[in-house]
Design a protein around this ligand. Structure first.
Ligand SMILES: Cc1cc2nc3c(=O)[nH]c(=O)nc-3n(C[C@H](O)[C@H](O)[C@H](O)COP(=O)(O)OP(=O)(O)OC[C@H]3O[C@@H](n4cnc5c(N)ncnc54)[C@H](O)[C@@H]3O)c2cc1C
Length: 654
């Protein structure tokens, strides 16, 4: 790594020149760095806004799942079968599914060797369980904090190799030109007050972008606090997005952010809503359901049917998500789970539950008392979790919302996780390798596989130094000047209105472009965001340099919202119907229940778009779309001697 300085708009900017920069220190970014070093490319560094930040490090769930090839028992499994399961999620590229299947065991064992405590039997079998969209029992878990353990073990490995980590560096611009990546411009968050240290540039041949899901676009989110992603600036640099319409939303508490899945629902809490000040309490589910047994059964089922699934609205548990959405997003009320009393008050008559729910609770010995009594009986750790995070479920209700949890789509990549911008690789959740549905746990597998593939490719094919600093300045000098000038213009103050704009646009996004999507609302918001983007410097104001980080982030969020909303509008205009975790209002559709507002009229997708992928390019402030067929799962000559010859003679796996 070579250090030098350049002048940008009168600012002295330090430039680090090196082969590869990895952006992000989640499970995907850390693995990319660790692998790249092991493969022999040591001229690398990690750039991260916060080494302790991100989703992998700070999130979890009841039993956080890792999906992998079957590694136990007598149930047959194969790379091809796993690839087919991933491919069956709809709108998935087959080559990526095959890679994620083929490298699954290798990535999993690496984590085991690094110390992630995945449970195994006394004979060494990594016994699995069945997760959603899983025809086998391929899932495993190291407990509620699987991804946290992964980052801890990977960080240790990275530190043992003395890989340089630029912590507290926020990437604000991807420096690319003519379809080629040149580097990055960052804010040094520790030196933000010093104009001559504030900006830092990286001149590199390769970027492995591992910035996670674009959580910042939503207000109602179960992504960890402080995690925003940075997909918008990748679009700005010309990186193509794919399957952006495909997300997972579900019920989660908002303080702390945590999925209220599993036992939290199976113990049948009471759903209440209040006005913004906590008054006018109502048990809104009671007002909707005419049959109490049906209501209790649907609450119960929400426990293991966690993500909102539009196929489960009619006669299914996803109606609960909709009712929560109506209270919060349409009526503007707050919604809580109260574990201190049973729905409707008094005792529960468990005989009115459907057999599936009743028998489960009977077997668990939990047909007594109040929800908190049952929760203490079935899963006391679920109670202590909230206690540790400042909410005593025995004393107070828990505020919830229908929250964004995972983006199945993202940046479009090839089979080495390189994007259409040469030298720019996208790995982990920021890349979009999943489709409409995916097996639970496959996100963590995909992050490990993608980061390994990118590292392999760079080590084999993209060695060497970046361009010299003069050429770097020539190529992307104007882009840097534009970014620095934007920062200066924002700093004009006197007051800061970034938080206000942020709150407004993220709340709107949760109402308009999340689980419930209505073309009118989407179009209106696109117009509003476009106006904000086009006049960003005129609209946004900050009063101190410390607020630059948030202002640049807001800019990223606005681009991202614009592109995601445009993708939703384009999907609808192309005849797209409700699928996955999204209900698209269709005035000609049917309303699943009498009395629901018009926006809940919808038509279920018939699967006719399952083999086509929507891609989007953001250029000169506009989005252009391309619908293409999925790439099928490759069927290649797998005769060993032939594969070996190819591999031996010229390493032609690349
Ligand atoms: C509540 C919840 C439960 C989940 N449960 C599961 C599960 O059971 N199984 C499963 O497979 N998946 C699950 N997921 C999804 C999974 O956890 C994530 O997809 C995965 O952890 C993402 O890892 P990542 O490395 O891609 O990104 P992250 O871990 O989010 O890391 C992103 C990194 O990028 C950095 N960064 C971002 N922007 C910038 C910038 N501009 N400049 C510098 N650095 C930046 C961040 O600081 C961070 O270090 C869950 C997610 C949530 C929210």
């Amino acid at each position: 790594m070579i250090e030098s300085f350049i002048q940008v708009n009168g600012y002295r900017v330090k430039v680090y020149s090196l082969n590869t920069v990895i952006v992000g220190s989640g499970a995907a970014g850390l693995n990319a760095a660790d692998r790249l070093y092991s493969y022999g490319q040591k001229d690398i560094a990690i750039v991260t806004e916060d080494i302790r930040g991100g989703t992998s490090r700070n999130t979890g769930s009841d039993k956080q799942t890792y999906y992998k090839l079957t590694l136990s028992g007598n149930e047959p499994d194969s790379v091809k079968e796993l690839a087919e399961t991933l491919f069956a999620g709809q709108c998935v590229d087959g080559d990526l599914a095959l890679c994620e299947a083929a490298l699954s065991a290798e990535c999993f064992f690496r984590l085991v060797e690094l110390g992630v405590p995945f449970p195994r039997s006394r004979y060494g079998e990594f016994v699995g369980y069945k997760t959603d969209h899983d025809p086998k029992r391929r899932a495993t878990s190291a407990g509620p904090y699987t991804s946290k353990f992964m980052t801890e073990c990977l960080e240790k490995a990275v530190k043992q190799k003395n890989i340089r980590i630029f912590d507290r560096h926020q990437v604000i611009k991807i420096l690319a030109r003519d379809g080629k990546a040149y580097g990055l411009l960052c804010l040094d968050l520790e030196n933000i007050d010093d104009p001559n240290k504030r900006y830092v540039a990286f001149n590199c041949k390769n970027i492995i972008y591992a910035t996670g899901g674009p959580a910042g676009i939503y207000a109602d989110s179960v992504y960890p606090e402080g995690h925003y992603g940075a997909t918008g600036i990748a679009f700005e640099a010309g990186v193509i997005g794919k399957n952006l319409t495909e997300w997972q939303y579900g019920l989660a508490s908002i303080k702390p952010r945590w999925n209220v899945s599993g036992t939290y629902m199976q113990v049948l809490p009471t759903f209440i809503s209040t006005d913004q000040n906590g008054y006018d309490e109502r048990e809104f589910l009671n007002e909707f359901f005419t049959n109490k047994g049906d209501m209790l059964t649907k609450i119960f089922l929400k426990g293991y049917q966690w993500p909102f699934d539009v196929r489960k609205v009619e006669n299914g548990s996803s109606i609960i998500d909709i009712l929560v959405y109506i209270e919060r997003c349409i009526k503007g009320r707050r919604v809580f789970l109260d574990f201190r009393r049973n729905p409707g008050g008094g005792e529960i008559d468990f005989s009115i539950l459907a057999p599936e729910a009743r028998e489960y609770l009977e077997r668990a010995g939990a047909t007594f008392g109040t929800p908190i009594d049952r929760l203490m009986h079935m899963n006391p750790l679920a109670v202590s979790f909230y206690k540790e995070h400042g909410v005593d479920l025995k004393e107070e209700p828990l505020e919830i919302a229908l929250c964004a949890q995972h983006n199945n789509g993202g940046l479009s990549v090839d089979m080495w996780w390189q994007t259409n911008v040469e030298g720019f690789f996208a790995v982990g959740e920021v890349s979009g390798t999943h489709g409409v549905y995916r097996p639970g746990g496959s996100a963590l597998n995909a992050g490990q596989v993608g980061s390994m593939r990118a590292a392999q490719y760079i080590a084999a094919k993209r060695n060497g130094d970046p361009v010299d600093v003069e050429e770097f300045s020539r190529a992307i000098g104007e882009t840097m000047i534009a970014a620095v000038s934007m920062g200066e213009a924002l700093l004009k103050g006197p007051e800061n209105n970034v938080d206000e704009i942020w709150k407004d646009v993220t709340q709107k996004m949760s109402r308009v472009g999340a689980a419930i999507r209505d073309i009118e609302g989407i179009k209106e918001m696109i117009k509003d965001i476009k106006c904000k983007l086009d006049n960003f410097i005129g609209i946004a104001r900050i009063s101190t340099a410390r607020q630059l980080a948030k202002a640049f982030r807001l800019y990223d969020i606005l681009i991202c919202q614009y592109v995601y909303l445009s993708a939703m509008a384009n999907y609808i205009e192309n005849g797209g119907k409700s699928r996955g975790s999204a209900l698209y209002t269709d005035k000609n559709g049917t309303c699943p229940y009498e009395g629901l507002p018009e926006i809940f009229k919808y038509t279920l997708d018939d699967g006719s778009k399952a083999d086509v992928i929507q891609e989007v390019l953001f250029k000169d402030g506009e989005c252009t779309f391309n619908w293409r067929k999925v790439r099928e799962i490759p069927e290649e000559d797998d005769f060993f001697e032939n594969v070996w010859r190819g591999f031996r003679e010229n390493g032609n796996i690349y």
